[in-house]
Write a protein that binds this ligand. Structure first.
Ligand SMILES: [Zn+2]
Ligand SMILES: [Zn+2]
Length: 387
């Protein structure tokens, strides 16, 4: 059992997601140092506070920003921690959350609003990345937004854009993913490889203008070229997909950037400052229901079945969106959350203990952060640490 240092808390890990980046980390590239426990998308219950941390946090549920900034570089001084020059990271550079317990810095905690399930909060990281990208895209009401890549982050971006009353088109090369997007209520789904006429469809949906905003959440040459093609004149293209190799763009496609005078925006990770905090915003979106993760969590495993979980993530022999580890037994989770189903497919209906899911019909107001306890943790921490 890790012992929290003065500025840490001990977190009982209740849910930890497998990120795409964990697959090479486990099977090929390894972690930064060896041995290191992976797992950087997680949530749990605070069970012990270090000497300098307020005891009032004990018993509360929290998600954890996995990046430990140096607080000394220029980026850190500007609260741009994602661009820190000398950071540490739970789950890649130091031990992460594929474990029953982890000691984490109190600074990295974000409290979970009462009606947000802990399993959802384990996905705060991908949600914050999506919040960051949609914020940079500056999506407005009635904009046509093309989201390329229907993985977890793409689908969350699509939900956020829909919540802003944009017209959303989801594009991918995988029909199964597009069908799944359809099951989330997205009626415009297009396969950019199989559907030769997909650009014509976007033309007709937009009355010939092209998309106002294209967001690449796939990081593939085809999806980026698709963004440039689907974009209208003066449109914005937001790039966040992490490529697995070189991105080559043909001359014809490159010309589109020039001719259409596109604005290209690169985004990285998410903001975790006091001024702007995508993590808190992400949790408020979960609270209000504009982010709905109930269908996105498709699988859950105990840590004992880590092999099966990672093989699924690597081999993709079954459709999944997000695979979680639920490190504790059902009895230990009842108090806070939906109990875990047996390893394998996650069925929230079957697993749900009525009442535990919280009151999603009656959410707080994301425009009024004061209403939510998600903002409390730094106040508590400030008092106790004097920072
Ligand atoms: Zn990740
Ligand atoms: Zn720094």
């Amino acid at each position: 059992m890790p012992e929290p240092e003065a500025d840490e808390v001990l977190l009982k890990v209740l849910a930890a997601g497998i990120c795409g980046s964990d697959v090479p980390r486990v099977f090929s590239t390894g972690t930064y140092y060896f041995p290191t426990i992976p797992g950087h998308e997680f949530s749990g219950e605070i069970v012990k506070a270090g000497a300098d941390v307020s005891r009032s946090l004990v018993g509360k549920r929290a998600a954890v920003f996995p990046l430990l900034p140096c607080f000394a570089c220029d980026a850190c001084k500007g609260e741009n921690y994602a661009s820190c020059q000398n950071y540490d990271y739970y789950g890649s550079r130091r031990d992460g959350a594929f474990a029953e317990y982890i000691a984490v810095k109190a600074w990295n905690l974000v409290l979970i609003p009462e009606n947000v399930p802990t399993v959802w909060a384990a996905m705060t990281e991908p949600c914050a990345v999506a919040v960051h990208a949609v914020g940079e895209a500056d999506v407005r009401k009635n904009d046509t937004v093309c989201v390329f890549g229907a993985g977890a982050i793409g689908l969350i971006i699509a939900q956020l854009a829909r919540g802003l009353d944009a017209r959303v088109i989801v594009l991918d090369i995988d029909d199964e993913k597009l069908d799944f997007a359809g099951s989330l209520g997205f009626s415009h789904t297009l396969n950019i490889e199989k559907d030769d006429e997909y650009l014509d469809t976007i033309e007709s949906i937009t009355g010939g203008r092209g998309a106002d905003i294209c967001i690449d959440a796939a990081g593939a040459p085809g999806s980026i070229a698709g963004c440039l093609k689907a974009a209208g004149t003066f449109a914005t293209v937001v790039l966040l997909g992490n490529p697995s190799g070189d991105i080559l763009i043909g001359q014809e496609d490159y010309w589109l950037i020039l001719r259409k005078q596109l604005t290209l925006i690169g985004t990285w990770n998410s903001d975790f400052g006091k001024r702007k905090n995508d993590w808190k915003t992400a949790l408020l979106h979960m609270e209000s229901g504009s982010i709905d993760l109930s269908k996105l969590i498709t699988h859950a495993f105990s840590l004992r079945d880590a092999d099966a979980a990672f093989e699924l993530a690597r081999d993709r022999n079954e459709f999944f969106v997000k695979i979680l580890f639920l490190p504790h037994e059902r009895e230990e989770m009842d108090e806070f959350d939906r109990p875990p189903s047996p390893s394998g497919r996650y069925d929230p209906e079957e697993a749900a203990d009525p009442g535990d899911f919280g009151d999603l019909e009656n959410p707080g107001d994301p425009e009024d952060p004061e209403e939510s306890d998600v903002w409390d943790v730094w106040d508590v921490w400030d008092e106790s640490s004097g920072t």
